[in-house]
Design a protein around this ligand. Sequence first.
Ligand code: ZN
Length: 215
Amino acid sequence: MMGYHNVDVEKYIGYLKITPELLNNEEYSRRQESYIKLLHELTNNKEFYIDHFSEINIKTLYGERINSVYCFGICFILLHELSHFSLGHLDKDGQSIQDEIDADFDSFWSIYSDISKDEKFSANCGILCALFSLLFLNPTMETDGIHPSEDDRIIAIYDIIKGDTPKYTILLVSLFTYWAKFYNIRDFPKDLQSTEEPIDKIKSFLSNYKKNNIN
Ligand SMILES: [Zn+2]
């Protein structure tokens, strides 16, 4: 427990006890296959059918929780776009990477500074998941010359919130690992522990991965 400063251990253990309950949720298990199918549809097909997504029932325990995370994620994307207006990016010639970095920060802080401590966890999960969805949509991390690379955007937000709770490190390691598995990314680091150290391993892997994809 040495590395877990400022964490209410009892509360954290309580959380871990609740989580399996959620993941072993009957409704989730029953629907898991179709959720994975939806994810494939979203990432692999040129078009997707909104009707398929209406199968998700948000009135279940699982649905309610993913829905609040989802709402914060969408909120982050919309506020990012709004920030381009409020920060005056449209009143000048050309776009720059710094504009995108500023829009991410502006959006993050307008959510983070305006909600209760309890809501922060759902909000931060939503923001990280929204940024991860960009990585799933662009797995080769091909640059558009305007936005910072997907992993840089994820890490920038993670660096702000990582001190709040070690759960964000667990989430980050899991999502990167899932992404690598989903796209069969070769030589992605294996058997990562959910501590700060694997984040550095992932960072150095991704910096090589991006270099190799450019050539
Ligand atoms: Zn933007």
